[in-house]
Design a protein around this ligand. Structure first.
Ligand SMILES: Cc1ncc(C[n+]2csc(CCOP(=O)(O)OP(=O)(O)O)c2C)c(N)n1
Length: 278
């Protein structure tokens, strides 16, 4: 059991990331709020509890790697990397500007980013290559990869899924951010892909369902994944798109929507209330 202070600290990190999302998106410009907010708790656990990650050792061969295959949610990874001290907070204000460090999708010029992503479906292949190379090197490092549920319609991902099982890769843990909504509507309406758990199991993976905003449960799921040997593990995170912002929850409207002044003020108020309740 993880102690309560640690959990409280991780919840505070997830909340800080949500404030950072608002700071990055700002008023009057589009930004990927929905699919970023659904990952706040996972990012807090991975970067602040789980991963061997040190901003002073970003090229250490033994570091754990995180590939954000759903690269459009880059803002949540930037929030975590910023909190880790990889770049100054000022960089958040210049997100998605030509002169800024932080581009709309993860890029290798950004300290702490391990792969260029954004074209959906590719991250698992990249992560698998890394995991195989680390295994050859007898490295203790782990590779984590985060996919979307809409992303599950990409064919390349299933080739990588088969290959990972074939090669009995067990230093790779994948996640699906199962928030049930994609860019323009419900995933079930746009490309219905039910029974993801059964499909991944049939492809030879250990599948672990997990409530995606429950920090102790995410930690438990990761511990369960660690015990899996001779095959890769997938944690399906049952999440809410836009989590933490009532106007953005369970809707595609804020997949990449614009925050006007009124909505921005409401968002800040909701986070302040959540802070008071921590
Ligand atoms: C190959 C490819 N096709 C289309 C897109 C455009 N696109 C960006 S986000 C998105 C929806 C992704 O949905 P999901 O994976 O569920 O992400 P989430 O809802 O968690 O943000 C699409 C289709 C893309 N980035 N890459």
């Amino acid at each position: 059991m993880v102690n309560d202070d640690v959990i409280k600290e991780l919840k505070a990190k997830a909340l800080q990331f949500r404030y950072d999302l608002l700071e990055m998106i700002g008023i009057g410009t589009a930004g990927h709020l929905g699919g970023s907010a659904s990952l706040a708790e996972l990012m807090a656990v991975l970067y602040f509890y789980r991963m061997n990650f040190d901003k002073t050792k970003l090229a250490d061969p033994a570091r754990d790697r995180l590939i954000l295959s759903k690269g459009h949610a880059a803002l949540i990874q930037y929030a975590a990397l910023c909190e880790k001290g990889c770049f100054p907070r000022e960089a958040l204000k210049q997100v998605k500007t030509l002169d800024g460090l932080l581009q709309g999708h993860p890029d290798l010029t950004i300290p702490g980013i391990e792969a260029v992503t954004g074209s959906l479906g590719q991250g698992l292949s990249v992560a698998l290559g890394m995991a195989l190379a680390l295994r050859l090197d007898k490295s203790p490092a782990k590779v984590y990869v985060v996919m979307g549920d809409g992303e599950q319609s990409e064919g390349q991902l299933w080739e990588a899924a088969m290959a990972a099982a074939n090669f009995k890769v067990d230093n790779l843990t994948a996640f699906i951010d199962w928030n049930k909504i994609q860019a323009t509507g419900a995933t079930s309406d746009i490309f219905n892909n039910p029974d993801l758990d059964k499909k991944w199991r049939a492809f030879g993976w250990e599948v672990i369902p997990c409530p995606g905003h429950d920090i102790p449960k995410i930690i438990e799921a990761l511990e369960q994944a660690d015990k899996v040997k001779g095959k890769p593990a997938l944690i399906i995170l049952d999440t809410v798109k836009g989590k933490g912002f009532s106007f953005a929850e369970n809707t595609a409207a804020y997949h990449n929507g614009i925050l006007d002044e009124k909505i921005f003020a409401q968002a800040t108020k909701e986070l302040d209330l959540a802070k008071g309740a921590l």
